[in-house]
Design a protein around this ligand. Sequence first.
Ligand SMILES: Cc1cc2nc3c(=O)[nH]c(=O)nc-3n(C[C@H](O)[C@H](O)[C@H](O)COP(=O)(O)O)c2cc1C
Length: 212
Amino acid sequence: MDRREFIVKNGKVLITLSMLGTGLLSLTGCSSDQETKYSSTVGTSKELPLSESKHVLVAYFSHSGNTRQIANQVHESIGGDIFEIQTVDPYPSDYDKVVEIAKQEQKSAYRPAIKTKVESMDSYSTVFIGYPNWWGTIPMAVFTFLEGNDFSGKTIVPFCTHEGSLLGGSVTDIAKLCPQSTLLKGLAVRGKDVKKAQNKVSEWLRDIGMTS
Ligand SMILES: Cc1cc2nc3c(=O)[nH]c(=O)nc-3n(C[C@H](O)[C@H](O)[C@H](O)COP(=O)(O)O)c2cc1C
């Protein structure tokens, strides 16, 4: 059984692979930001009345299921609609293969095609965007999703799961892609903690004024 940990050093994402207690550096790659930021842009939000929940969309991408669990927890607390961002060509389930593919995709700024579109994006005023931290930022499929929809005037609420680099540069990248949106404070949950994250999720939703 091995355990991978992602750390960010001098703008590089490093993967450490710990096997039987022996730490060894196995792979390096560039994060999309020279300076990886750990804190997210904080906006303000009026408290969301329950009647407003129909204007909320929880959109997420998940490769191995961690982010899906957080997305479901958010959706259970907030209501609204939930949408899974799925690529036309699925990623392999083998961890090392997907890590390598994602690195190449990031290098070449590839935009994988997405299976389905959100119907009537116009009807949502608040969009939660959930994703695993991939090489220090949002997966390329989330780039496709953000570029393929108009988020002007909407409130965007990011959340991610990760193995050490928290939100990384993802919030900065989302802000660049959606300059006309209000970004609220994001949530980062470690992959292994997703099952017991409900309290953390609830606190965060209260903190950003989404629940009372
Ligand atoms: C392609 C790939 C790249 C990753 N890059 C990072 C990273 O840069 N920093 C980090 O903390 N975790 C990284 N991880 C770990 C994932 O963010 C973490 O396992 C996450 O919880 C997976 O979410 P999911 O189950 O929803 O796919 C990476 C995982 C994969 C597969």
